[in-house]
Design a protein. Structure first.
Lengths: 53, 242, 218
C-alpha cells in the first residue's frame, strides 16, 4: 500500500466508486446477455421440437 | 474481405463470439496492470500530492465518453446510409456504456476537484460540456426506450445523434465563451512540451488501452444481446402468425 | 404555403391553449422569481437577463407537443406528406407559425417583464434584439424535437429531455449578450454568434425535421 498522505480518502473513494460503477455496467451487460441467450435458446428449442405443419 | 461482411448478423455473431473472450481478457489485463501500476508504483506529483493517481481513471473514462458518442455517430450514419441493422444495434448498445464512462469521468473529476480547486463542482467549460454530453446520452437512450417499432426507433435516434453531435460540439465551444476554465491544457497531446511526465504517461497509456478494450468488449457483448433479443422477437412474431 | 401558415396561426389563436398559455407562463415565472430570491433590486437586476432568457426558453417548451400532435391525430400530417409541397417546407412553416405564436409575443413582452426584475434600461434593447434573433432557433429546434416524438402517446416530457440540451448554445449566447449589454460591455460578438446559430438552424433543421416526420409516418 503506497503512502497516500492527506489525500488518501480522495484517491481511495475515486477508485472505489469507479470500480464499483465499472463492475456494475459489466454485471448488467452480462446478466442481460445471459437472459437474452436463454430466451432465444428457449424459443429455438420450442420451434425445433414442434412438428412441422 | 470487406468490413460490410459484418453487416450480416450471422457473420457478426460468429466473429464477435470468437473475438469477445480475447478482448475481454485483454481489457481486464490492461485495466489491472494499468491501474495497479498507476496506483502503487507511481510517485506523487509535487503539487497535487497523491491525487494525481486519479488521472488513471479520469482521463481514460473521459476519453471513452467522447469516443463512445463518436462511435454512435459513425454507426448511426452507416445505418442511415446503408441500412445495416447491426450498425444501428451497435449504436444502441454503445449508449449505456458511454453514459457510464461519462458518469465515471464526472464523479472522479468531482472528487479530484474538491482538494485541488476547493470545490466539487465548478461551471468550468469542460465540466459543463460533460454535463451536456451526459444529458445527450440520457435523451438518446430515452428516445430508444420510448419508440416501439425498432426500425423507426433506429431511424429517429440516428437523426437525433446527428443533430445532437452538431449541438454538442457547438456547446463545447459556446461554454468557452461563457466562462474561463480551471482545467489545465491538453495533458495528452503529441507535443511533448505540455505532456505529463513519462512516469505518469506509460501507466496512463496502459489504463487507456484497458478502457478502450473494455468499451469494445462491452459494446460487442451488448450488440450480441440486442441481436438475440431482436431474433427472439422475430421468432415469436412468426410463431404467432403460424 | 401561405394557406398552411394562415391555417396554423388561426388554429393556434382560436384553440387558445398554446398562444396565451406560453405568455402567461412567462409572466408567472418572472413574478415568482422575486419571491424566491428576495426583492433587492441589486440581485434582481444582475440575474434578470438569465431569468428572462430561461423563462422564454421554458415557455417555448410548453407548446412544442402541439406543433404536430393534433395534425398527426386527425391525419392532416399524412396529407401534408403526400402534398406537392415538400415536407421540409411544411416543417419550416410549422416552426414559423410556432415562432409567431410564442417567440414573437415573448420578445414583445420581455422588456415589460424586465421592468419587474429591475433590469437596467440600457439592456432592454439588447434583450429585445437577442430574443428576436434567438427565439427562431428555439422554435426550429422545438419543431425537430416534436417531429421526433410525434408518434408517441406521451411525448411531452420526452421532448423536453431531447430539446433542452439542444437549446444550450442558444441560451448561452442569448443570455450572455443581454448581460454584457446590461454591464455596458460590447455585446455584438455574442449577438453575432446567436445569429449564426439561428441561421444554421434555419438552413439545416427543416431537413432533419422532415426526415424524422417521414420516418414516423412510414
Amino acid at each position: 500500500m503506497p503512502d497516500l498522505g492527506k489525500y488518501a480518502d480522495t484517491v481511495l473513494s475515486a477508485y472505489a466508486i469507479s470500480i464499483v460503477i465499472l463492475i456494475g455496467i459489466v454485471a448488467v451487460s452480462v446478466w442481460q446477455a445471459r437472459q437474452a441467450r436463454a430466451r432465444l435458446e428457449d424459443i429455438e428449442s420450442r420451434r425445433n421440437t414442434k412438428p412441422k405443419t | 474481405m470487406s468490413i460490410w461482411e459484418y453487416a450480416n448478423p450471422t457473420r457478426f455473431m460468429q466473429t464477435s463470439g470468437k473475438l469477445l473472450p480475447a478482448v475481454s481478457v485483454l481489457s481486464f489485463v490492461c485495466l489491472v496492470v494499468g491501474l495497479i501500476w498507476g496506483f502503487f508504483f507511481t510517485p506523487d506529483d509535487y503539487r497535487q500530492g497523491s491525487t494525481v493517481k486519479i488521472i488513471y481513471l479520469h482521463v481514460p473514462s473521459a476519453l471513452m465518453a467522447i469516443n463512445g458518442w463518436l462511435m454512435m455517430l459513425v454507426t448511426s450514419l452507416i445505418w442511415l446510409v446503408r441500412r445495416h441493422h447491426v450498425s444501428a444495434l451497435a449504436a444502441k448498445a454503445a449508449a449505456p456504456v458511454g453514459l457510464t464512462m461519462t458518469i465515471i469521468a464526472l464523479v472522479t473529476g468531482a472528487i479530484w476537484g474538491q482538494p485541488m480547486w476547493g470545490t466539487y463542482w465548478a461551471w468550468d467549460p469542460r465540466l459543463t460540456s460533460f454535463l451536456i454530453l451526459f444529458l445527450f446520452y440520457l435523451g438518446y437512450m430515452a428516445l430508444w426506450a420510448a419508440i416501439e417499432n425498432p426500425d423507426t426507433a433506429a431511424d429517429l435516434t440516428a437523426v437525433l445523434c446527428l443533430v445532437g453531435s452538431v449541438f454538442a460540439l457547438l456547446s463545447r465551444y459556446a461554454v468557452n465563451f461563457w466562462n474561463q476554465g480551471l482545467h489545465q491544457g491538453a495533458s495528452l497531446s503529441l507535443d511533448k512540451e505540455e505532456n505529463v511526465a513519462d512516469v505518469f504517461f506509460f501507466p496512463l497509456l496502459v489504463a487507456i488501452a484497458g478502457f478502450v478494450l473494455l468499451f469494445l468488449a462491452l459494446v460487442l457483448l451488448r450488440t450480441r444481446t440486442e441481436i438475440r433479443i431482436r431474433r427472439a422477437g422475430a421468432l415469436i412474431a412468426r410463431e404467432r402468425l403460424s | 404555403m401561405i394557406a398552411l401558415l394562415r391555417r396554423d396561426l388561426k388554429l393556434a389563436i382560436r384553440a387558445g391553449g398554446g398562444f396565451g398559455l406560453g405568455l402567461a407562463f412567462f409572466l408567472i415565472l418572472v413574478v415568482l422569481v422575486p419571491f424566491g430570491v428576495g426583492p433587492e433590486s441589486g440581485i434582481l437586476s444582475r440575474i434578470a437577463p438569465g431569468i428572462l432568457w430561461v423563462g422564454a426558453l421554458l415557455s417555448c417548451l410548453l407548446s412544442l407537443d402541439r406543433i404536430f400532435q393534433l395534425d398527426y391525430e386527425d391525419g392532416t400530417l399524412d396529407l401534408l406528406a403526400t402534398a406537392p409541397l415538400p415536407l421540409e417546407a411544411a416543417a419550416t412553416l410549422k416552426a414559423l407559425s410556432h415562432w409567431l405564436t410564442t417567440g414573437l409575443p415573448l420578445t414583445i413582452a420581455a422588456p415589460f417583464l424586465g421592468v419587474l426584475l429591475s433590469m437596467p434600461s440600457e439592456a432592454t434593447l439588447w434583450l429585445v434584439a437577442s430574443l428576436a434573433i434567438g427565439t427562431p432557433a428555439l422554435s426550429m429546434l422545438g419543431t425537430f424535437g416534436a417531429a421526433l416524438t410525434v408518434g408517441l402517446k406521451r411525448g411531452g416530457l420526452l421532448v423536453s429531455l431531447l430539446v433542452l440540451p439542444l437549446y444550450m448554445p442558444t441560451l448561452i449566447f442569448g443570455a450572455e449578450a443581454v448581460s454584457r449589454g446590461a454591464q455596458g460591455l460590447p455585446a455584438t460578438t455574442a449577438l453575432l454568434f446567436l445569429a449564426a446559430i439561428t441561421a444554421g438552424c434555419a438552413a439545416l433543421l427543416p431537413f432533419a425535421s422532415a426526415a424524422a416526420l417521414r420516418m414516423n409516418l412510414r
